[in-house]
Design a protein. Sequence first.
Length: 58
Amino acid sequence: MGCADCERLVDHALLATPGVREVNTSFAKEEAVVRYDSARVSVGELGTVVERETDVAE
């Protein structure tokens, strides 16, 4: 699976997370910029989503 596929998986999973408003991932830079409502989702929960999706992609 290529980087573009991984980015799409992570983007989709993060956007499906309640409280997430906007996502911009870059596997080339190894970063994700996420706009979210901290009253609905925590940074730890977002990290878990990213880890789950990147484990699936490997």
